[in-house]
Design a protein around this ligand. Sequence first.
Ligand SMILES: Nc1ncnc2c1ncn2[C@@H]1O[C@H](COP(=O)(O)OP(=O)(O)OP(=O)(O)O)[C@@H](O)[C@H]1O
Ligand SMILES: O=C(O)c1ccc[n+]([C@@H]2O[C@H](COP(=O)([O-])O)[C@@H](O)[C@H]2O)c1
Length: 190
Amino acid sequence: MKIGLFFGSFNPIHIGHLIIANTMAENTHLEEVWFVVSPQNPFKKQKSLLHEFDRLDMVEKAIQDNYKLKTCDVEFHLPRPSYTIDTLTVLQEKHPDHEFGLIMGGDNLSHFHKWKNYEQILEYFRLYVYPRPDSRPSDLDKHPKVSFVESPLMSISATFIRKSIKAQKSIRYLVPESVDLYIKEKRFYL
Ligand SMILES: Nc1ncnc2c1ncn2[C@@H]1O[C@H](COP(=O)(O)OP(=O)(O)OP(=O)(O)O)[C@@H](O)[C@H]1O
Ligand SMILES: O=C(O)c1ccc[n+]([C@@H]2O[C@H](COP(=O)([O-])O)[C@@H](O)[C@H]2O)c1
């Protein structure tokens, strides 16, 4: 099976992530998209980073009615910070029959040359990139293993959502209703 691995902090998951995952599942050869929740991005040190279990719960609530979308908590059991090459090695060993590709936003492609063993990732895995406003052009834009999936640009970010919650503003429509209710119930990001 062809699986797209969508790595992220998802702090919290928002409709941008869901549109990206669905676009990839519908418009590429990928048959399923797995949301791989990362406990700790090597480049991000955030005070407002929720526990990984809470972020995973929100992803589960957001994707429950779409059979092509799944969650993956493999990085919960791996050393921190979460280096993608190590996770890919573990996943490929666990699932030798699956063909994995990586899904990311254009902002992550611009910084991809700083990732651990990025050349090795590109040797073995295809990258499916969703364009993001203000992403800087990258030398990898035309790499044979990199495919841009053309789709409408979205300015939405988890940072904007966290700021809105702190400022007591509604985040209705920016996240699925189930996630909005859960954030309110748990008083996250206040
Ligand atoms: N609006 C968007 N357009 C394109 N890609 C996006 C968008 N939002 C998130 N992504 C991509 O989704 C993946 C996970 O992103 P992440 O969980 O960091 O969300 P974020 O909104 O960028 O969060 P934050 O604002 O906290 O940095 C990354 O590959 C990121 O590039
Ligand atoms: O492996 C690396 O060197 C590396 C460097 C930066 C980011 N990543 C991963 O990229 C994913 C996107 O992170 P984020 O926080 O932008 O959602 C997340 O899974 C990180 O662990 C991985």
